[in-house]
Design a protein around this ligand. Structure first.
Ligand code: ADP
Length: 376
């Protein structure tokens, strides 16, 4: 029997109870001892797509897909005969079924009530669809982040290339020492020396191939000249790093001026620059945080598009200010010291400038200035 269908006018307590059910944001359903629905509040009606009249008196199983449906009947019977609680008093994540047959994840908590002769159960239901979607999105982002990490930091790429070049150079040096020893000892035949020199030549050729491959790579990327919306490019990078920044307990704040004139260049390369600057800022804050914001701004300054990355780390010391853009300058235990020098050369290739300075609040600030794109 529903409270609504009571013939007598509702008491004050009943009116309050009805108002509470109507106002509740969560779906609230009441069932009697046998599992028949006695109340179905407006939030439940919205969530499941049934009007209260459609469900009144029907078995609550109609709101569950299999296998929960079969399990639930079991729960009620077992509870009635043995008092064993399977779900009462505990919240659980289960699946629910809408009128249109669609299923969705819910958090269900069930309580038992006794009011005079009335005995039944109240279920409070929260739709988890959105939360699940958010979790998936986060996982998705983490995946993309890992991808960018692999592609990654310019430093890693260059250190891979350096390794490739280093191997033939080491071999050349070894063969050269061997030749020298043979010549000094006067033991080497002309043929032996020629063989060693051939090997030196082959190794030098191999090193040359690596360098040529690298130049081809750079040339190919240089050809990518397109109008760039730096705001959009920053938003894309932000989605990739936001999770890591938040995970570290910091905030990534974007202050993007609109409209921002377009600049021209290679989106991926400029993204790499912004990504490296943000990562450096995050590294600095992880080492010593003087605040919790990592800010990325855009502006138009001196007729150029300016991207500013300002962190709340310890700032730039005298040594850093002097050597910042030099290859292999690093103060990090795992650092390679190539990130900023590559950033500088990318920005230079875009006819722009990259500068690092101390921020007024104490952290470091990096400014990338890029020319406003002409109509080509
Ligand atoms: P790496 O990150 O491998 O050290 P980089 O060229 O990117 O190489 O940076 C070189 C050095 O510049 C860092 O090791 C650090 O000492 C300094 N640096 C770069 N960015 C910052 C920053 N945001 N705050 C403080 N120091 C920085």
């Amino acid at each position: 029997m529903t409270v609504h269908s009571t013939a007598a006018p509702p008491t004050v307590a009943e009116s309050r109870f009805n108002a509470l059910l109507d106002a509740a944001v969560d779906a609230i359903i009441l069932i009697d001892e046998r599992g028949h629905l006695t109340r179905f509040n407006p939030a439940a009606q919205r969530m499941f797509g049934y009007a209260e009249a459609e469900v009144a008196g029907r078995n609550v199983l109609m709101l569950m897909p299999e296998p929960y449906r079969s399990q639930h009947d079991g729960y009620i019977h077992r509870y009635a005969s043995t008092g064993e609680r399977r779900i009462i008093g505990i919240g659980r994540e289960v699946e629910a079924q809408r009128k249109d047959g669609g299923t969705f994840p819910i958090d269900l908590s069930v309580g038992e009530f006794r009011a005079g002769a009335d005995h039944g159960f109240v279920g409070i239901i929260r739709d988890l669809t959105e939360r699940k979607a958010r979790t998936r999105e986060t996982e998705d982002l983490r995946g993309r982040l890992a991808h960018v990490g692999r592609l990654g930091t310019l430093g890693e790429m260059v250190s891979g290339i350096a390794h490739e070049v280093n191997q033939p150079l080491t071999a050349i040096s070894n063969y050269a020492s061997a030749c020298r020893r043979m010549v000094q000892a006067g033991t080497a035949s002309g043929a032996e020396l020629a063989g060693a020199l051939d090997k030196i030549g082959a190794q030098a050729e191999r090193a040359g191939q690596v360098i040529r491959g690298l130049r081809a790579l750079v040339r190919r990327r240089d050809e990518q000249r397109e109008p760039l919306d730096c705001n959009q490019l920053i938003r894309d990078v932000a989605t990739l790093v936001e999770f890591d920044v938040r995970q570290a307990g910091f905030r990534l704040v974007l202050k993007l001026v609109e409209p921002l004139p377009a600049t021209v260049g290679d989106a991926v390369q400029i993204q790499q620059v912004v990504l490296n600057l943000i990562r450096n800022g995050l590294d600095a804050m992880l080492e010593k945080a003087t605040g919790d914001t990592l800010e990325v701004e855009t502006a138009v300054a001196d007729g150029k598009v300016e991207i500013r990355v300002t962190d709340s780390g310890p700032g730039l010391g005298a040594a850093a200010l002097e050597h910042l853009f030099e290859p292999f300058f690093t103060t990090k235990p795992q650092g390679i010291g190539l990130g900023l020098s590559i950033c500088k050369s990318i920005v230079g290739a875009h006819r722009g400038e990259l500068r690092g300075e101390s921020a007024p609040a104490g952290g470091a600030r990096f400014r990338v200035r890029l020319p406003i794109g002409e109509d080509e």
